[in-house]
Design a protein around this ligand. Structure first.
Ligand SMILES: [Cu+2]
Length: 135
């Protein structure tokens, strides 16, 4: 019985994953980060993973990581990523969905810029991200 349930769940995950990946998104607004937290109103993730906050600028390239927060597969509301470095008003931040794959430990954020561990997801070859300004 347990075995049947487990394989049914695995099958469901297989079929659900592509649709979830297509729907992956980050919804966030310009915000004050004076409380030391970067917030996203809503994140849809195709699998358990991470919301990663990169520094960026007008060139819109992802820079150093300044915050991250865990995501569950599916819908996440009011995600709060605690800043590990100060961010000044006017700076631009890129909030990006990363996976929990390729690293050595599940539940431990192992990404560093450019690494494969816990790297960004790319459904259809595109990053899933949005850019906001710190106010
Ligand atoms: Cu990223």
């Amino acid at each position: 019985m347990t075995r049947i349930l487990a394989s049914a769940a695995a099958l469901a995950a297989l079929f659900a994953a592509p649709a979830l990946a297509d729907a992956a998104m980050v919804e966030a607004s310009d915000q004050s980060v004076a409380n030391g937290v970067v917030s996203a109103e809503k994140v849809l993730a195709p699998a358990n993973g991470w919301l990663v906050v990169h520094r960026t600028d007008a060139a819109m390239k992802p820079g150093p990581v300044v915050a991250h927060a865990p995501l569950r597969m599916g819908e996440n509301r009011d995600v709060a990523a605690i800043l590990t470095e100060a961010v000044a008003p006017g700076e631009m931040l890129m909030l990006m969905v990363h996976s929990e794959e390729g690293g050595m430990k599940t539940g431990v954020f192992e990404y560093t810029l450019g690494a494969k561990e816990d790297g960004p997801i790319k459904p259809d070859g595109k990053l899933v991200m949005t850019v906001v300004s710190a106010q």
